[in-house]
Write a protein that binds this ligand. Structure first.
Ligand SMILES: Nc1nc2c(ncn2[C@@H]2O[C@H](COP(=O)(O)OP(=O)(O)OP(=O)(O)O)[C@@H](O)[C@H]2O)c(=O)[nH]1
Ligand SMILES: [Mg+2]
Length: 693
């Protein structure tokens, strides 16, 4: 297999909301460059990139897939990423390893709520990006409208690098403003034509804007542009490349994937203007096993350094770890060390073309390659030749938005369920499973209900484990709002030695978040010092178990201010028991209350759904904190009890026809309203009497 030098490689990821046409564009890229003989299509299930049963079934990309092609001697590695928010895990992995992103926006729809969220994510990372206006041949395609939206709503210098010739059905070519040439396309190949007369003025103005954006990257270029009103072709390319590389200038391209218009010219622009891996000279991570930041120089001449950004279990050919080579060369048979100190022998390397594998022996820095059967390298692993000591950060994944309590449908399958979920987690770390002993439930959290459902479907198909889902129990807490003084007396006389402990406790509320304080207020040794830790222990244990509703008690000060003991019968255990009795007697009289976790929720929806969303928030006992318009999108912030956020992603999708997005993080504990608290307490007390029966 032919290999490419570092400066002859470009790594790009296609990023956009669902249905913008990323996969279709990627398929067209392979066909117009002759990598495949027939253009794959998502619609007739022949796509090179979407090939798994679940993707074909749902008509959406669910895991990243990759292929490469060649344009003018440059190898372009294309990573197609999922657009549906539930499945974006692989997008975050891809962003760690590419030099550039093609950011898709539909010509027939413009910016969407998730475009906005994605744009923000990418801007924070300063990722170089092209904006690609897709589906230019669709009815209602409107390039100028899209450009206006970009100008109004996207930060950064967004500037046309191409203009469409015709729109909708009439879309037939592009004017390339960098080359100052026009092209039509036959069989995907570009054919130069004269710039159509009706576009000449528009093209001249747009080219000047492009020059202006290019000039702004460099003092000398600005001066020249201001003085002479123009730049040479070489200066335009140099300035534009610099603006793109610094993540400040975003050129706009137009395409139609199915009619293969603008596709090859887009790839040529990638080869010409996107930064090459050779531009990367350093990487920052941590010294392995420490929190100490550490930077290393990277490049083709340095010792081998590679990073794992995706892991895929595969029936044929063994599991594949997707590796980005940052330094040196990587060859099959190399012996490297992971950041965790494990040895790793590099198995068979191959380039991916969708599910196809092209074996390769060795690749240069800058390339992306699949390695078979790595034992210790999962997503986020850094692998080095001896002497390099760095751990690169794992892909930054968003906080989970959905949770379900899970149990295996067949008793006895618990172990199989755990093993299967762990294996699936290696491929998709954007979901997690944890056992919550306190609430006796196994909780599965992820990026939406659809995400969790797909994981459980994989578990069933790949591991034969059937799982039941339930509404998760929320970690309520108990507390008190009033102060009481109470006596707890424990006395038992059973045959020989008895048990005796007697404590007087003052229970007082503490401010939220202060948890627990124990005060020893004993004077004159009425409770001997050696028993006092036992009293505190008894209090702590009882608080842990809860008194009113079976949830942990918090935010209470307990003062031991009086008591008595017996020379023979008193023991640590009897004082522990006395403390428990005191709490059980005292708490019900101390204005007990329940606390619940409250989430800070941020919801983004098109303006027209605002009313519905606000109504729904209040029906979930939520408190709106504010609203802000970001162009046509409303950003709503609210505090909502965690218990009320169950399956919110499904509700939001239904309320907004799939256009809304939300994120949430834990905010604080707040008091549960009386009626809700009453129900929880009654249910607990009832279950206790039933248990006692
Ligand atoms: N007419 C026309 N249709 C297109 C074009 N690009 C994509 N489509 C259609 O749009 C639909 C979605 O295309 P995909 O390529 O699957 O979109 P995607 O961005 O990969 O979607 P996700 O993977 O779910 O994020 C398909 O029915 C495509 O045929 C285009 O340029 N022209
Ligand atoms: Mg897709």
């Amino acid at each position: 297999m032919k290999t490419f030098a570092t400066d002859k490689i470009r790594n790009i990821a296609l990023v956009a909301p669902h249905g913008v046409g990323k996969t279709s564009l990627a398929d067209a890229m392979l066909h117009v460059t002759g990598k495949v003989g027939r253009r794959g299509s998502v619609d007739d299930k022949s796509s090179v990139f979407d090939y798994s049963d679940e993707e074909l079934d749902k008509k959406q990309t669910m895991t990243a897939s990759m292929a490469w092609t060649e344009v003018g001697g440059v190898k372009i590695n294309i990573i197609d990423t999922p657009g549906v928010a539930d499945f974006r895990c692989d997008m975050y992995g891809a962003l760690e390893v590419v030099e550039g992103v093609l950011f898709g926006v539909k010509a027939d729809g413009g910016l969407e709520v998730s475009s906005d969220a994605l744009w923000r994510t990418l801007r924070q990372r300063s990722t170089p990006m092209f904006l690609v206006v897709t589906r230019m041949n669709k009815e209602h395609a409107d390039f100028q409208k899209a450009m206006k939206e970009f100008a109004d709503h996207l930060d950064g210098t967004v500037v046309a690098a191409q203009l469409p010739i015709g729109e909708g059905e009439a879309f037939r070519g592009v004017v390339d403003l960098v080359a100052n040439k026009a092209y039509t396309f036959a069989d995907g190949k570009a054919q130069a034509i004269a710039i159509p007369a009706e576009l000449a003025d528009e093209a001249a103005i747009a080219r000047e804007e492009l020059m202006n954006a290019a000039a702004e990257t460099d003092e000398a270029l600005i001066e020249k542009f201001l003085e002479e009103g123009t730049l040479s072709d070489e200066e335009l390319v140099r300035g534009l490349s610099a603006g793109i590389a610094s993540g400040q200038v975003f050129p706009v391209y137009v395409t139609a994937a199915d009619s293969e218009i603008g596709v090859v010219t887009l790839l040529e622009a990638v080869a010409q203007l996107m930064p090459s891996p050779a531009a990367r000279t350093g990487l920052t991570g941590l010294r392995p096993g420490t929190a100490e930041p550490h930077t290393v120089a990277i490049g083709p001449g340095k010792p081998t350094l590679v990073y794992a950004f995706k892991y895929q279990r595969e029936a044929q050919g063994g599991d594949q770890t997707w590796l980005r080579v940052w330094s040196g060369t990587l060859s099959s048979g190399d012996n490297l060390t992971t950041h965790a100190g494990d040895g790793e022998r590099i198995g068979q390397l191959s380039f991916a073309v969708g599910k196809g594998r092209e074996k390769v022996d060795s690749v240069a820095a800058g390339d992306i390659v699949l390695a078979a059967k790595l034992k210790n390298s999962r997503i986020g692993a850094t692998l080095c030749a001896p002497g390099v000591e760095i751990q690169l950060p794992a892909p930054a994944l968003p906080a989970p938005t959905s949770a379900e309590a899970i149990t295996s449908a067949n008793a006895g399958d618990e172990d199989k369920m755990g093993v299967g979920l762990n294996k699936l987690m290696e491929e998709d770390p954007s979901f997690q499973v944890r056992h919550e002993g306190e609430l006796s439930q196994t909780l599965m959290v992820g990026q939406g209900e659809m995400h969790l459902a797909v994981i459980l479907d994989r578990l069933r198909k790949q591991f034969g484990v059937e799982v039941l889902r339930k509404r998760p129990k929320v970690a309520f807490k108990e507390t008190i709002k009033g102060t009481v003084e109470v006596q707890g007396r424990y006395k038992k006389q059973t045959g020989g030695r008895g048990q005796f402990g007697d404590v007087h406790l003052r229970l007082e509320p503490l401010p939220r978040g202060e948890n627990f304080e124990f005060v020893d207020g004993i004077v004159g040794g009425v409770v001997p010092g050696k028993f006092i830790p036992a009293v505190e222990k008894g209090v702590r244990e009882t608080m842990k178990r809860g008194v009113m509703a079976g949830y942990e008690m918090v935010d209470m000060r307990v003062t031991l201010f009086f008591g008595s003991y017996h020379n023979v019968d008193s023991s640590e255990n009897s004082f522990k028991a006395a403390a428990r009795i005191a709490l059980q007697k005292g708490v019900p009289d101390a204005k007990p209350a329940l606390l619940e976790p409250v989430m800070q929720v941020t919801i983004r929806v098109p303006e027209s759904y605002l009313g519905d969303i606000m109504g729904d928030i209040s029906s979930r006992r939520g408190q709106p904190q504010g609203m802000e318009a970001e162009g046509p999108i409303q950003v709503i912030k609210a505090l909502v009890p965690q218990d009320e956020m169950y399956q919110y992603s499904t509700s939001l999708r239904a309320m907004t026809q799939g256009t809304g997005e939300f994120a949430m993080t834990f905010s604080h504990y707040a008091e549960v309203p009386g009626d809700v608290a009453r129900q929880l307490i009654d249910a607990y007390q009832k279950s206790r009497t039933e248990d006692a029966d």
